[in-house]
Design a protein around this ligand. Structure first.
Ligand SMILES: *Cc1c(COP(=O)(O)O)cnc(C)c1O
Length: 408
């Protein structure tokens, strides 16, 4: 183990915890070099939607890899990106007219923040304050951390993080405090509000109601504050609908998508923008262009994978699978007797294990180790355990996952 040069993310190597070596994956299963098999109960950190190595996505990647591997995207274009942009336009709300490519969820958030600030600057209005929700997570780059919850994971970088206005999490029964705080922040002339619709993922799978989401949207609209929906985790069916925003009947001004955009096969992200935001950058003046790019923007192979994902959404009964999984999750969650605050949002089931809370609580590594031994990949958030499997997971595998949790 210690002979590897790899520095893993969110891993304390000093604890010498085992790091399984995986050589193959299929559907909801991971296979190790030692012949062992694990159920991927967290979709490889929330990315795998339909299942690992979906044949249509793998075929699209292989086919595209024969044609065009990479292309500068400033001033040049290619068919997979054009097809993907058109496909996203057809699938997603009409008001999101423009598609900007990047390569990770964090970057899609940075892009959204920069577009929001660029919008206000280009229309000549001095607004720059960003409003965020308590317990949010938007990624690990400096801007994304700035709009996310502060805690042990970003304490060292705090001096670099910019100031934001924070509204409380709209826990059941305390929704009005959130709406009031948002009203105050918006009235003060904020540039944008960024939020994870319906479920705060890394914050502990905290669920709030579609009606609060709709009311928050309305407050932003009333004050002209741009509404940024970070659907990096919640999109692509995870919450029961293609977008979580659909359940509130709202459309954001900016929409961040990544993780399940390629079915979870290969990195890609998009930030979709309203026509007004595009129009604020559209000019014969080069100083008003959108100043952002990364080397692999709209990588053709990644776009081909995303096009295959869109085809799966069009051609396969994805929403039916999601409804089936949701019902199966609900039944098993109800059966858990050793947990508190059970919550379900579409395919995401979560609950708290009684005991010490907080990200560094020792509950998480102990449960992770127990699960790993039992052939299940789980990664609790502090004392919050959650099950977020690929949609193809079968009943037997789900039973095995819940058996681990119920016996902990
Ligand atoms: C995972 C996540 C991100 C960051 O995405 P990366 O691809 O890991 O950079 C941003 N926002 C939300 C809501 C996420 O769950």
């Amino acid at each position: 183990m210690t002979t590897s040069a790899i520095w893993h993310p969110f891993t304390q190597h000093g604890l010498a915890e085992p790091i399984p070596l995986i050589e193959r994956a299929e559907g909801a299963f991971l296979f190790g070099t030692d012949g062992r098999r694990w159920i991927d109960a967290i979709s490889s950190w929330w990315v795998t939607t339909h299942g690992h190595c979906h044949p249509k996505i793998m075929a699209a990647i292989a086919e595209q890899a024969q044609r065009l591997d990479q292309l500068i995207f400033a001033g040049w274009t290619h068919e997979p990106a054009e097809r993907l942009a058109a496909g996203l336009r057809a699938l997603l709300p009409e008001a999101l007219t423009r598609v900007f490519f990047s390569d990770s969820g964090s970057t899609s958030v940075e892009v959204a923040l920069k577009m929001a600030l660029g919008y206000w600057r280009n229309i000549g209005v001095d607004r720059h304050r960003i409003v965020v929700m308590e317990h949010s997570y938007h990624g690990d780059t400096i801007g994304a951390m700035s709009v996310g919850a502060r805690g042990v994971f970003n304490q060292a970088y705090e001096p670099l993080l910019f100031d934001v206005a924070t509204v409380p999490f709209p826990a059941e029964g305390r929704e009005q405090a959130t709406l009031d705080a948002l009203e105050v922040a918006c009235r003060a002339g904020a540039a944008a509000f960024i939020v994870e619709p319906l479920v705060l993922g890394a914050g502990g799978m905290l669920v709030y109601s579609p009606s609060v989401l709709a009311q928050m949207r309305a407050i932003c609209t009333a004050h002209g504050v741009l509404f940024i929906a970070d659907e990096v985790m919640t999109a692509w069916g995870r919450t029961g609908t293609l977008l979580a925003c659909e359940q509130a009947g709202i459309v954001p001004d900016l929409l961040c998508l990544s993780k399940g955009l390629t079915g979870g096969a290969i990195p890609l992200a998009v930030t979709m923008a309203s026509e007004a935001i595009w129009a604020a950058h559209y000019s014969a003046d080069r100083s008003r262009m959108f100043f952002h790019s990364s080397s692999y923007t709209a990588n053709p192979i990644a776009c081909a994978a995303a096009n295959a994902n869109l085809a799966i959404w069009r051609e396969e009964p994805v929403l039916e699978r999601i409804a089936t999984l949701t019902a199966r999750q609900a039944r098993r969650l109800e059966g858990l007797e050793n947990v508190e605050n059970p919550r379900l949002c579409g395919t995401i089931a979560a609950a708290d294990l009684p005991g010490q809370a907080g990200y560094l609580a020792d509950m998480a590594p102990r449960l992770m180790a127990t699960a790993r031994e039992a052939g299940v990949l789980l990664r609790p958030l502090g004392n919050t355990v959650y099950v977020m499997p690929p949609y193809c997971v079968d009943e037997a595998a789900l039973d095995a996952v819940y058996a681990v949790i119920s016996q902990f």
